[in-house]
Design a protein around this ligand. Structure first.
Ligand code: SME
Length: 166
């Protein structure tokens, strides 16, 4: 069984570095998109505190379609430009939202979600989809979290074959 061990007595920056090493080890030897996306969603849910949803939406034309995730059932299709995920897809920039109820157009899949970070997945200049994390805590995600999570998404991208998806 794969064990994840993170030293909680260090800074968040070091913890994210340690997580990144663990993620590389977890994904090594497997490049399948669905498999790695499922593992990545579970890895994030297991290692990042205070999350209630972690998962993917993949770009299909100008819509996002639900992919592998961990959490309560979620909305299946989100047009580009709608909600936090749609904003990340349209702008191709990470959306870090302290209070989702103050974000116009936020799509409340789970009323318990209070803050959210959505990271676009760009491969060779193509938008493949987004990775979405929700938290029941307002202001859960700091700039350090954003940088650390973006690095983890980069590791997922480097470890995965996307050939058939665009
Ligand atoms: N809240 C998201 C929708 C997806 S769920 O959080 C899983 C949004 O506004 O795009």
């Amino acid at each position: 069984m794969f064990e994840i061990e993170i030293d909680s007595n260090t800074t968040p920056e070091i913890q994210y570095q340690e997580l990144n090493g663990q993620l590389m080890a977890l994904l090594s030897g497997e490049r399948d998109l669905i498999c790695n996306a499922a593992q990545f969603s579970a890895f994030i849910m297991q290692t990042v505190a205070d999350l209630n949803w972690s998962g993917f939406y993949f770009a299909r034309s100008k819509e996002l379609v639900l992919g592998p995730y961990v959490g309560k059932v979620a909305c299946t299709r989100i047009p580009f430009g709608r909600g936090v995920c749609g904003a990340a897809a349209q702008t191709k920039e990470t959306q870090r939202i302290e209070d989702v109820y103050a974000f116009e157009g936020h799509i409340a899949c789970d009323s318990a979600s209070a803050s959210e970070v959505v990271i676009p997945i760009i491969v060779d200049g193509h938008l493949i989809g987004v990775f979405d994390m929700d938290s029941p805590k307002t202001g859960r995600f700091s700039e350090v979290d954003q940088a650390g999570l973006e690095r983890l998404v980069e590791t997922f991208v480097a470890a995965t074959d996307f050939g058939w998806s665009f």
